[in-house]
Design a protein around this ligand. Structure first.
Ligand code: PLP
Length: 423
């Protein structure tokens, strides 16, 4: 069955609600909460790593998105951070959702989200997941190959299909186009093949790669979509949806880059898809919403010292969260993350080149390929990593028996009252 059909809708009995979030005072910040928790932990002798999710951030990111891109409806990419409170709040704020699998569809439908607010945006899906989408009334599905069309014709002939095209993403931190997206030269054939199978293609999508570094990529991709829209119309499809994907930056401090992207997107929309042409524009932001929601606190469980060139001291800190936990993606980031230190020093401390390792017995389990500069610390000290809300806890494993990191959800009174009044 589809979760939406079940009697016990989320909230009706209370049983499906996630546990109550911590209430932040009007002036409360996630960092203060992290420091308070570290104090509580220290008193009770606990040293396990944890994260705080400041859910208020979601509301401000949503506002920033709508303000910068007024013509674009965000469909949040669930894969980025699927914490129940994150999804509940985004549902209350009115976003749609981009799901990658049956599991994500189940989760979002289970919150009572209407199937019309979901796009199943994985171009290469298992047949059983397509059947599930059909049963639950999720109609928007992406594709980029003829094989996928054959599966959809068999298992979900009423789908509203979105053709994902390739884009230039070589300078994105996480390129996606080697794996997904049809080449422009192949689109005419794919659109005709869909038509021959009796399938409706309604739109075109792309993804410029996650953490895109080149705002201009959106402009070129939207121009390409316009060309493919025309091909679709010539093949007899009613083209009405443009999906500009994800790729937007997530960290505080990346406002200028986001503003540049928005300028490029708005100009390209005005040129190729102006309001009034009846084309709905959506996006699939993940990192933009989630990255600055979470802050992590991790403990130094072991320490080693060695001599570098010129007898300079080098330190290695072994942390209780690492590559196989929530920090898997750190090794793929071009710039190493530098944590802040929770303890206070009487004077500005000397910095040393430090290697940060995770807790498992694998030597690959480290937080960056390069050393980072940190003061001399002791076993038992805490390090704080801000901006760890995107692609972190969702990628965790329990390799070597280390548990998945605990996350404490927190929100302020304004968001709480929004949730209470949300339909
Ligand atoms: N949509 C699709 C299909 C994706 O694969 C991804 C990320 O991998 C996203 C959206 C979200 O991207 P981002 O977090 O860069 O916004």
């Amino acid at each position: 069955t589809c979760p939406g059909d079940r009697e016990e809708q989320l909230g009706a009995s209370g049983s499906l609600w996630p546990s109550e979030p911590i209430m932040l005072g009007p002036e409360g910040s996630a960092r203060q909460l992290v420091l308070r928790k570290i104090q509580e932990f220290s008193i009770s002798g606990r040293q396990d790593p944890f994260m705080v999710a400041d859910l208020d951030v979601l509301a401000s990111r949503h506002q920033a998105f709508l303000q910068a891109l007024p013509q674009v409806q965000p469909f949040y990419a669930v894969k980025c951070n699927n914490r129940p409170w994150v999804l509940l709040i985004l549902a209350a704020l009115g976003t749609g959702f981009d799901c990658a699998s049956q599991g994500e569809l189940e989760q979002v439908l289970g919150l009572g989200v209407a199937p019309s607010r979901i796009i199943f945006a994985n171009p290469c899906k298992a047949a059983s997941h397509i059947q599930y989408a059909a049963r639950c009334g999720v109609q928007l599905l992406t594709f980029d190959s003829e094989e996928e069309l054959t599966k959809v014709a068999r298992h979900h002939p009423g789908a509203r299909l979105v053709l994902r095209i390739q884009t230039q993403d070589s300078r994105s931190t996480f390129p996606l186009n080697a794996k997904f997206g049809a080449q422009l030269e192949a689109c005419g054939h794919l659109l005709q093949a869909a038509r021959d199978l009796g399938l409706a293609v309604v739109g075109i999508s792309f993804h410029v790669g996650s953490e895109c570094q080149t705002p201009q990529s959106y402009g070129q991709a939207i121009a390409d979509c316009h060309r493919v829209f025309e091909m679709g119309r010539r093949a007899g499809h009613h083209m009405s949806l443009l999906d500009v994907g994800g790729g937007f930056p997530g960290r505080e401090g990346s406002r200028a880059k986001f503003a540049e992207m928005a300028t490029v997107i708005n100009a390209a929309l005005a040129q190729y898809f102006p309001p009034g042409t009846g084309v709905e524009v959506i996006a699939e932001p993940g990192r933009f919403y989630a990255e600055s929601v979470c802050t992590a606190a991790v403990n130094i469980i072991a320490k080693k010292e060695s001599q570098g060139p010129g007898s300079h001291r080098k330190l290695a800190y072994y942390l209780n969260e690492g590559y196989y936990g929530a920090f898997r993606i750190f090794l793929r980031e071009p710039v190493p993350r530098i944590p802040t230190v929770a303890k206070e020093f009487p004077a500005e401390p000397c910095l040393f080149p430090c290697t940060l390792y995770g807790p498992t017995c694998d030597a690959f389990d480290r937080l960056s390929l390069n050393e980072v500069q940190l003061p001399e610390l002791d076993v038992g000290d805490w390090l704080i990593f801000p901006d760890v809300g995107a692609y972190k806890s969702t990628m965790s494993s329990t390799f070597n028996g280390f548990p998945i990191i605990t996350v404490y959800d927190a929100m302020g009174p304004q968001l709480r009252s929004l949730l209470e009044t949300a339909p």
